[in-house]
Design a protein. Structure first.
Length: 118
């Protein structure tokens, strides 16, 4: 099983980025998917979650109203649309998959760097 993220990069404050994560080797449509981030010297933070059918989502307070998680099960893809980016959003972003809402993650991606700077 594998998760591969893409879409990271350098963006100015106030800008937008869209991250994508493609899953393979497991039944993607049955998994809860999550986005995490980890900034240098800080603990990993859960940013957003989406249930297997995309009907329920949850966000960290720090990104609520700016980030949107979505998924396309026909393409085994989960995305994170990030708007109004701030320097404090700078981090490595990881996607992860879990069989159960609230359960531990079974799969992790390798991460993609997002840098918000002028």
């Amino acid at each position: 099983a594998q998760l591969v993220e893409s879409g990271g990069g350098l963006v100015q404050p106030g800008g937008s980025l869209r991250l994508s994560c493609v899953g393979s080797g497991f039944i993607f449509s049955t998994y809860v998917m999550r986005w995490y981030r980890q900034a240098p010297g800080k603990e990993r933070e859960l940013v957003a979650s989406i249930d297997s059918l995309g009907g329920s989502t949850n966000y960290a307070d720090s990104v609520n109203g700016r980030f949107t998680i979505s998924r396309e099960n026909t393409k085994n893809t989960v995305s994170l649309q990030m708007n109004s980016l701030k320097p404090e959003d700078t981090a490595v972003y990881y996607c992860a998959g879990s069989r159960i809402w609230g359960g531990r993650n079974d799969y992790w991606g390798q991460g993609t760097q997002v840098t918000v700077s002028s």
